[in-house]
Design a protein around this ligand. Structure first.
Ligand code: TXA
Ligand code: MG
Length: 413
């Protein structure tokens, strides 16, 4: 039952490096080996809450998740009430082993060869695959009544150990109030959901920093459709398919939603990741600055302003002895050209959160949500985010930035 009473939230430390997963030769799943006593205690407490049907927060390699038993409707319902998540937005189910995956699938279902390849190469890891779902196995609260269920095997040792100790699949959306940026550190979860859940497992900073790639490979044409770009890049998937499937005729294409294919029915469905609801928004306005015309030529209606002109337009025009100070967050690459325009002015206080070098989109991915949340926490009045190229992790970065931004500006450098 959802209650509004405040819970005392405990943040329990875990050392991911103390956890290993023994491999058995007989196909059984031996329990994880946990060498650090504090980590063992934290995981044992968390697994007990999960088994009791309570939601807890835990680290994954992508973002922190808010997990509860996937196969128990009342437990899964508490995820929705804790986050304020709309009921028609389905959840990803997390497994710790292939035998646990098997238990979620219709008994006579044969996993397609393309999925076998992707699982062998990217699991455990930040890749979510859609599978046919049987309502007699996976409750409709998880799938929002859709015929498919989204499943992934996380690679973070704390996530995998938690699922293995609970010995049950765990449903987990990102551990943030609906509409906010996803948390990549335990502190982010504590600030947002503290008082609403018993336990937050603290396993440090998430390595990937953006959510998993959601892929649908169940369509008749045999191609892979990327519904949400994420931790596994389109280039990585295409490379693996090129390596493993020799014949070009039978090799599936990797198609990205809105880039390579449109689907009117899908656009309207809440199951399409991030289409229907407000997403990734801090409490202050976010403006996306397009700076490289090669990656995003301005649309016909857009006016392009010079960087000097744009920066001059920021801040207040109150007279100098009593200027109103505007605090502006800058979320830009460390080697951004824009930095030289963000100059000292009486009415502006700049707060910089560098996203790593332009040439390192994986670093930008890791830092984006932390940047939005950190600048928000520092009390800025607005956040300016600079675009990066949509290659590799840049595709997922720009997917999230577009959803976070209330407006876009085109800047000539
Ligand atoms: O990296 C991640 O995927 C993180 C961590 C915690 O694992 N989880 C996550 O969950 O990002 P969430 O709920 O924030 O995003 C899941 C996305 C949603 O946009 C949802 O629409 C989509 O996956 N999804 C879930 N089930 C689906 C289904 N059956 N068909 C299509 N999309 C689905
Ligand atoms: Mg989310």
């Amino acid at each position: 039952m959802a209650t509004s009473t405040q819970i005392h939230t405990r943040v329990l430390k875990c050392d991911p490096s103390s956890i290993t997963f023994p491999i058995s030769s007989d196909g059984a799943d031996p329990p994880p080996k946990i060498d650090d006593p504090e980590t063992l205690e934290s995981l044992t407490v968390a697994a007990r809450h999960i088994t009791n049907g309570e939601p807890i927060a835990f680290p994954t390699e992508t973002v922190y998740g808010l997990g509860a038993l996937a196969l128990k409707t009342e437990a899964a319902a508490r995820i929705f009430s804790t986050k304020g998540r709309p009921a028609d937005n389905p959840l990803i189910v997390h497994v710790s082993s292939l035998s646990m995956l098997r238990q979620l699938l219709p008994v006579d279902y044969i996993i397609p060869p393309m999925y076998e390849i992707l699982m062998r190469r990217f699991w455990p890891g930040p890749l979510t695959l859609l599978f046919p779902s049987s309502p007699s196995i996976v409750p409709s609260i998880i799938t929002a009544g859709q015929p498919t269920v989204a499943i992934r095997m996380p690679s973070h040792p704390v996530a995998r150990a938690l699922i293995a100790l609970a010995d049950a699949p765990i449903a987990a959306p990102s551990a943030n109030s609906s509409g906010k940026p996803s948390p990549t550190r335990a502190e982010h979860v504590a600030r947002d959901l503290g008082g609403k859940l018993e336990v937050i497992l603290d396993g440090g900073r998430c390595e990937v920093g953006l959510e998993s790639t959601v892929v649908d490979g169940l369509r008749d044409d045999g191609n892979l459709r990327v519904l949400r770009p994420g931790g596994v890049t389109v280039e990585d998937m295409q490379n693996v398919l090129d390596e493993e499937i020799e014949s070009k005729e039978t090799r599936p294409a990797v198609l990205v939603h809105r880039r390579d294919f449109q689907d009117a029915a899908m656009e309207k469905a809440p199951t399409t990741p991030g289409m229907k609801y407000r997403h990734y928004s801090p409490s202050v306005p976010v403006t996306l600055l397009h700076t490289s015309s090669s990656t995003s030529p301005p649309p016909a209606h857009a006016s392009v302003v010079s960087a000097t002109e744009f920066f001059a337009s920021l801040g207040s025009s109150a007279p100098v002895p009593h200027p109103i100070i505007t605090k502006i967050g800058l979320l830009v690459p460390s080697d951004s050209q824009l930095l030289r325009f963000a100059q000292d002015r009486e009415s502006i206080e700049w707060v910089l959160y560098p996203l790593g070098a332009v040439a390192d989109p994986a670093m930008t991915a890791q830092r984006l949500f932390d940047g939005l949340l950190t600048l928000d926490e520092k009390g800025v009045d607005m956040i300016l985010v600079e675009e990066i190229g949509e290659e590799k992790e840049g595709l997922a970065v720009m997917n999230r930035v577009r959803k976070a931004a209330g407006e876009s500006k085109w800047i000539a450098l």
